[in-house]
Design a protein around this ligand. Structure first.
Ligand code: NAP
Length: 504
């Protein structure tokens, strides 16, 4: 029987482009990362491009690679406009060009005499694929390869509408061989990253740059998430939020695991309903997770134990899953603000203005108050400002007085000035009468507020310092050892810089 590769080669790079030339380039890029590559012949814009591409593949000769040819018709969710006969024509050509496998959708198999591909000179390995782009259908307890029809492996790709859907698809893999499970969509991404661990024969990742949240690049699959090395012993962590596609936490934590050679992985969970995620904790083997908007307050009710300080702040950004399954909540945002500021200024007896009164403002307020600073809160909702000021034994200050008052530190804890509204500042230059300004925003790295402060000779701290410090504190809490801060910091700064360059 034909079988797929081992180790990193079970990560299948998906090469898909409109021209033969671009497809060739993608194949070359994929081969630097894995020796298993799916060739999406249906994405090529014409038969002429298919001809050109397969001719060049044939010319390049054997490359110690496993090529899987796909020419998916529109009826099966692909781009190929031809009928079943035309699809088979291109798969036969793909075999002549050296492809060892082909992907045949179930819609095509059903149109063949006797529902069998035997007798057609297609590549020797035949992968029968089922796609459901809308939902995850009812699945048998165990996915089995049909005994007839000349099929060597099967693939089920289904849209995960819930995390439980994606877990169900992985469950159907248990005990099977030569079966591929591919949960689709952003909700299905963590399960897609864990599929090899659960016994999927392959895990697919695009070679081209990711274009939508939740899409991950082949290089990330292999080098950041190391999906081919994940086993049942690998400790699984993650971040939950909605949206989550732009979270930098997976980059931060996974870079730390790679640098410290830790057998752990950190996954991005798009969580619409908290219960949907919590129900799958055990199945996925999650040992801890970061919590971001909008779940920072709702998570409280689900905790078994909460660190007193997090309870006082009223927000939890870190949950540790104990051996008995109990959830322990804590807050490292607090530490994040504290460490970022303490590197630059002595907080004891200083006057600190917190601008805003939401979750981050509360973490900042408690942090600087505990460090012995005097707190002033300015927020557009008077009641929220009063509540925070009372909690940290500080006072409320109206916006109109800011230009007359002097502070040691001003902290912006509102989203004003965040990408894509990066052109505005929450405070005017004449309201910045202090020696240090910290903006909790880190997209962009240098906000309008920080630019205005720097122009007046005031020292500045970007929100990225808080992000790094809170994430590093989580990493150390879970790993029980000092984090490799250098590589983690460099990866996050590089990631943010690349985003900013892409927006220019
Ligand atoms: P939040 O709970 O929604 O609070 C936002 C605060 O800003 C509220 O007081 C809100 O007032 C105020 N606000 C919003 N729009 C405003 C406007 N146009 N003018 C004046 N005030 C306005 O959000 P959060 O979680 O505290 O986050 C606040 C900021 O901190 C965000 O930019 C977030 O990205 C950043 N943050 C950074 C980190 C980090 O690691 N660096 C961590 C957490 C948060 P209302 O209540 O009246 O709406």
């Amino acid at each position: 029987m034909n079988t797929f590769g081992k180790g990193a080669d079970r990560i299948c790079g998906v090469a898909a482009a409109p021209t033969a030339r671009e497809l060739e380039k993608q194949v070359a890029r994929a081969l630097r990362i894995t020796r298993t590559v799916e060739l999406r012949l249906d994405w090529l814009r014409s038969d002429l491009e298919r001809e050109k591409f397969l001719a060049s593949l044939k010319r390049s000769g054997p490359r110690r690679a496993t090529f899987l040819a796909t020419c998916r018709r529109r009826v099966g969710g692909g781009e190929f406009p031809g009928d079943a006969g035309a699809e088979l024509f291109w798969l036969i050509k793909a075999k002549e060009a050296g492809c060892l496998w082909c992907d045949l959708e179930v819609e095509t198999l059903r149109e063949l005499p006797g529902e069998s591909v035997r007798g057609y000179d297609v590549p020797p390995g035949v992968l029968l694929s089922f796609h459901d782009f809308r939902s995850t259908p009812r699945l048998p307890k165990k996915l089995r390869i049909p005994a007839h029809g000349g099929i060597d492996a099967i693939k089920v790709a289904a849209m995960a509408r819930t995390i439980a859907d994606s877990a169900r698809l992985l469950r159907a893999l248990r005990g099977s061989r030569q079966v591929i499970a591919a949960p689709m969509g952003e909700i299905g991404l963590p399960a897609r990253l864990l599929a090899l661990r659960e016994g999927s024969a392959l895990a697919y990742a695009p070679v081209a740059a990711a274009t939508a949240p939740g899409q991950l690049h082949l290089r990330d699959f292999k080098e950041l998430y190391r999906v081919h090395q994940i086993t049942r012993k690998t400790r699984v962590y993650g971040v939950i939020g909605n949206p989550i596609g732009h979270s930098l936490s997976p980059l931060l934590h996974n870079t730390g695991y790679v640098a410290a050679k830790k057998d752990a992985v950190f996954l991005p969970f798009l969580v619409e309903k908290l219960d949907d995620f919590l129900k799958t904790l055990e199945e996925f083997g999650v040992a801890g997770f970061s919590v971001t908007l909008p779940h920072k307050e709702a998570i409280f009710k689900r905790l078994d134990v909460c660190e007193p300080l997090a309870a006082e702040i009223g927000a939890v950004n870190t949950v540790t899953v104990r051996r008995n399954g109990a959830l322990y909540g804590s807050n490292t945002d607090y530490l994040g603000v504290l460490q970022a500021l303490e590197k630059k200024v002595k907080l004891r007896k200083s006057r600190v203005l917190i601008f805003g009164a939401g979750g981050a403002a509360r973490a900042a307020g408690f942090a600087v108050a505990k460090a012995g600073a005097e707190i002033f809160v300015c927020a557009r909702r008077k009641a929220a400002a009063r509540k925070l000021a009372r909690a940290v034994e500080g006072s409320v200050i109206p916006h109109t007085l800011l230009k007359k008052e002097k502070f040691d530190v001003i902290v912006n804890a509102t989203p004003v000035g965040m990408h894509p509204q990066a052109g505005i500042s929450p405070l005017a230059a004449n309201e910045l009468n202090c020696s240090l300004v910290m903006d909790l925003i880190y997209r962009p790295l240098r906000t309008k507020l920080l630019q205005a402060a720097a122009a007046k000779g005031i020292r500045t701290v970007s929100g990225v310092e808080m992000f790094l410090a809170q994430g590093i504190a989580q990493w150390e809490l879970w790993m029980g050892r000092p984090a490799p801060e250098g590589p983690m910091r460099r990866a996050v700064l590089r990631g943010l810089q690349a985003e900013e360059n892409a927006h220019k």
